[in-house]
Design a protein around this ligand. Structure first.
Ligand code: SAM
Ligand code: SF4
Length: 425
């Protein structure tokens, strides 16, 4: 671990072995609470992210920490649900000192393919979380579910286990494109999953991707119209990107030209608007009252504890903002987490990097951010971003009033140019 303040991390009573020592440091609140140059007047809202890392099959475009269970399992071996839940519980227990006394406002069970876990396992997981943390009574609890990984009534059982919001990885309703994406489901299964989610949940999300191999504007429009025919409360729509270290990066498929992709995005924006949905974030569209609380907290530079294989955390203290990463490989994670030793790296966000990190998130939101939020969540004075804000305004990338700053339409279109203005020299 690097300590960006340059102060060696040592204090009385350090444990003996190197592994234990590292973990004790990373979960030792005294280390993170020591004096520093930032002044956070209050701590932001806190969310919990739980990573369930297994999938039926690795998709060729995916760079998430997801693993084919059958690739490392003995023939016929079932998912190690109980052992993984034990590891998550131990991981959470070891992390509690860092969030002592704080209320958790939302939980996101992501993956991987969390819907591979049985409803009974999800019930135990949510029960463990409620027993160990102060979870707000009406907290949003999202579970990611994939079509083709459930039988009838499974979604209802997830709801009965305490899940309040389902996020379904549809990607496309077109069989040709689903095949090109290497998905295990087809159009019919996607439609069945959405219909079942609409019956079981008051609020749910569909993940859709566009600019797919061989996709035309008309294909994209057909996908969006099909999605909208279910009157979904929320849709996340992502431009397919070729991520390094994926099969698609090595063997790139033929993708639509950039101009075509822009036309698709324009059409998506029009169709969703006509359907009464608001594009409240670059990739997120919602009906009134159905914005995702959990993701909005990320975008507002709120705090999150991430448990599970490869999960990331961002936690604030009175004088610093810290980030942690847990071990990625699921079996190694289980071995280490059960001993309360899952964290592999932890760093303090350097003071100079905070404006960019804040903007990387906040500028994704249509509403932008309040000046008060910036000061509260970074612990920095407004003077630290005044020159970059003036430049962004002059380029027509933001607008502002006395209390708030938000990206203009141009700012949304040239988001990385806007965010880069806040990079430290
Ligand atoms: C955590 S991922 C996976 C959730 C779930 N396992 C699934 O595949 O549906 C969440 C979403 O990110 C999007 N995504 C993943 N890889 C992507 C890529 N390379 N380009 C664009 N979107 C991507 C997909 O829409 C996916 O549903
Ligand atoms: S199912 Fe989702 S998480 Fe799993 S490999 Fe495919 S895109 Fe990645």
């Amino acid at each position: 671990m690097s300590d960006t303040s340059g102060v060696p991390m040592s204090w009385p009573g350090q444990p003996a072995s190197a592994g234990q020592a590292a973990d004790a440091q990373w979960n030792d609140v005294r280390h993170w609470m020591r004096p520093g140059t930032l002044q956070l007047q209050s701590l932001p809202p806190l969310s919990l992210y739980i990573h369930l890392p297994w999938c039926l099959k690795k998709c060729p475009y995916c760079d998430f920490n997801s693993h084919e269970w059958t690739a490392t399992a003995a023939p016929g071996e079932a998912l190690p649900e109980a052992a993984y839940l034990d590891a998550l519980r131990a991981d959470l227990a070891a992390s509690l000192p860092l969030i002592w006394g704080r209320t958790v406002h939302s939980v996101f069970i992501g993956g991987g393919t969390p819907s591979l876990f049985s409803p009974a396992a999800i019930d135990r997981l949510i029960g463990d979380v409620r027993a160990m943390l102060r979870l707000e009574a009406d907290a949003e609890i999202t579970l990611e579910a994939n079509p083709g990984t459930f039988e009838k009534d499974r979604f209802r059982a997830f709801r009965d286990a305490g899940v309040t919001r389902l996020s379904i990885g549809v990607q496309s309703f077109n069989d040709v494109h689903l095949k090109a994406l290497g998905r295990v489901h087809d159009r019919e299964q996607a439609m069945a999953a959405v219909a079942e989610a609409a019956q079981a949940f008051n609020t749910f999300n569909l993940d859709i991707m566009y600019a797919l191999p061989g996709q035309t504007l008309a294909d994209c429009e057909a996908d969006i119209r099909t999605a909208l025919s279910f009157a979904p409360p929320h849709i996340s729509i992502y431009h397919l990107t070729l991520e390094p270290n994926t099969y698609f990066a090595k063997y790139p498929p033929a993708l639509p030209e950039e101009d075509e992709a822009w036309d698709m995005l324009d059409r998506i924006t029009e169709l969703t608007r006509e359907a009464g949905m608001q594009r409240y974030e670059v990739s997120a569209y919602a009906r009134e009252g159905h914005q995702c609380w959990h993701n909005t907290n990320y975008w507002q530079f709120g705090d999150y504890l991430g448990i599970g294989a490869g999960a990331h955390s961002k936690l604030s203290f009175a004088h610093r903002v810290a980030r942690q990463v847990r071990v990625r490989e699921p079996r190694l994670y289980m071995e280490r987490a059960i001993n309360g030793n899952a964290v592999v790296s932890a760093d303090e966000v350097p003071r100079k990097a905070l404006p960019f990190e804040f903007m990387l998130n906040a500028m994704r939101l249509k509403e932008g951010f309040t000046l008060l939020q910036f000061m509260e969540r970074t612990g920095l004075p407004l003077s630290s971003i005044a020159p970059a804000l003036a430049q962004a305004e002059q380029k027509g990338l933001i607008a502002r009033d006395a209390t708030r700053v938000w990206p203009t339409e141009r700012g949304f279109d040239f988001l990385s140019d806007l965010q880069e203005l806040f990079l430290a020299d």
